[in-house]
Design a binder for this molecule. Structure first.
Ligand SMILES: Nc1ncnc2c1ncn2[C@@H]1O[C@H](COP(=O)(O)OP(=O)(O)OP(=O)(O)O)[C@@H](O)[C@H]1O
Ligand SMILES: NC(=O)c1ccc[n+]([C@@H]2O[C@H](COP(=O)(O)O)[C@@H](O)[C@H]2O)c1
Length: 359
């Protein structure tokens, strides 16, 4: 019987999941998205999930609270250390400019296709990118790369000027979306109201997260900025990295010179990213954190200042009068400052997208 199940699993279409976002900082919920999605496909017996990829956005995305990509990559590497299948892709952050999500998907999909179809000796040469799942050449059938996101990202498709319609169409038509429910979002209704999304709804998988957790990067940053505890909201290694590097204007009563010496630490695990799967235990990784390893980091103690005006943890969509029409992302708790803040962020993103599209 178990042989039969194994054989059946072997024949399932293969998919990989990629999550694009800021990850400033990565939270356990970012990783839960992957676990929830993999369970969904595998328990239904519809697909084999061969890998999970986290692709942090480029520094020039310019969103408030965006820590430098070198730090975000280092934190992601720490956060996925205990995962056997979720990996960091630093391709996006190493591009000369911000990349649209459609291009990020296209790049990774092309790489997967070429890798499967052209058996070479990259493994021996150590040339493979760190995000590439292991064992892909055990089969020759294609791997379909899907964009994994929370429902708020799906709903951001309707923010005027933020996403090009052609990009949305290419993402849903050529790749597919896996959307995890999030409080305050209604993805079913959102899809119904969008002609493009309805047209390709067979490529959109909506998954209800029955154990929701509204932790978000912005909430974590806000607590850190107020000097409040975020323990158990973040992976311990990520938190210790934030404290060591003084990210997010952290005001911690726990930081003393003893734990934040002049020689700030840098996580060599991140520098090893291009070598496939470097796994270290916690003690080892702490020892390997040495800022002198980083060519990019300055030697002075640096407090990255990204304290924020209050921002909502729940995004609402308003003023929607028809399919895929103009909406405004507003914050729930924030009043004057908060909504200006959201508007400013949207404007900044739009300008960035317009700049990129002109190039
Ligand atoms: N608590 C959550 N539940 C469901 N999806 C989430 C949750 N937190 C983040 N995500 C999803 O993770 C992806 C990457 O998130 P990103 O880092 O850009 O946002 P975030 O954690 O909401 O950060 P911020 O609070 O700064 O907006 C997005 O698809 C987002 O929808
Ligand atoms: N047009 C686009 O491709 C587009 C627009 C806005 C955000 N994004 C991406 O979505 C992700 C999440 O962004 P936010 O955290 O701003 O919602 C980021 O990776 C960002 O690069 C892509």
């Amino acid at each position: 019987m178990s042989g039969f199940i194994e054989e059946k699993t072997c024949m399932l279409p293969r998919i990989a999941l990629i999550a694009c976002g800021c990850f400033s900082p990565p939270t356990p919920m970012h990783l839960r998205l992957f676990e929830i999605a993999r369970d969904y496909f595998e328990l239904r017996g519809t697909h084999k999930v061969v890998g999970g990829i986290i692709s942090p956005t480029h520094d020039s995305y310019g969103k408030k609270g965006l820590a430098p990509s070198i730090d975000r990559c280092a934190m992601i590497k720490l956060a996925v250390q205990t995962s056997t299948w979720i990996r960091l892709s630093d391709w996006e952050v190493h591009q000369p400019q911000w990349m649209r999500t459609q291009s990020v998907l296209q790049h990774h999909q092309n790489y997967l296709n070429n890798y499967i179809n052209s058996p070479g000796d990259e493994e021996q040469n150590g040339l493979l990118p760190g995000w590439l799942p292991l064992g892909l050449r055990e089969r020759r059938d294609p791997i379909s790369l899907k964009l994994l996101c929370g429902a708020d990202l799906l709903e951001s498709f309707a923010v005027p000027g933020l996403w090009a319609n052609e990009d949305i169409e290419e993402i849903v038509a050529n790749h597919g979306l896996v959307v995890i429910s999030r409080c305050g979002s209604n993805p079913e209704k959102f899809i119904f109201e969008s002609d493009i999304l309805t047209k390709y709804q067979r490529n959109i998988t909506l998954i209800t997260n029955w154990v929701p957790n509204e932790v978000s990067s912005s909430l974590v940053r806000r607590l850190l900025n107020r000097g409040e505890s975020v323990k158990y909201l973040l992976d311990d290694l990520v938190l210790s990295y934030i404290n060591r590097q003084g990210l997010y204007n952290v005001k911690s009563k726990y930081i003393t010179d003893a734990v934040r010496p002049n020689h700030l630490n840098f996580n060599r695990v991140y520098m090893d990213n291009n070598k496939n799967s470097v796994k270290l235990d916690n003690d080892q990784s702490e020892q390997l954190m040495d800022e002198s390893d980083s060519p990019l980091r300055q030697q002075t103690t640096r407090v990255f200042c990204c304290g924020e005006t209050p921002r909502a943890n729940t995004k609402l969509l308003l003023n929607r009068s028809g399919p895929g029409q103009a909406v405004q992302v507003i914050t729930v708790q924030a009043k004057d400052n908060g909504s200006n803040d959201a508007l400013e962020q949207t404007q900044a993103k739009k300008q960035k997208i317009a700049q990129v599209q002109q190039v």
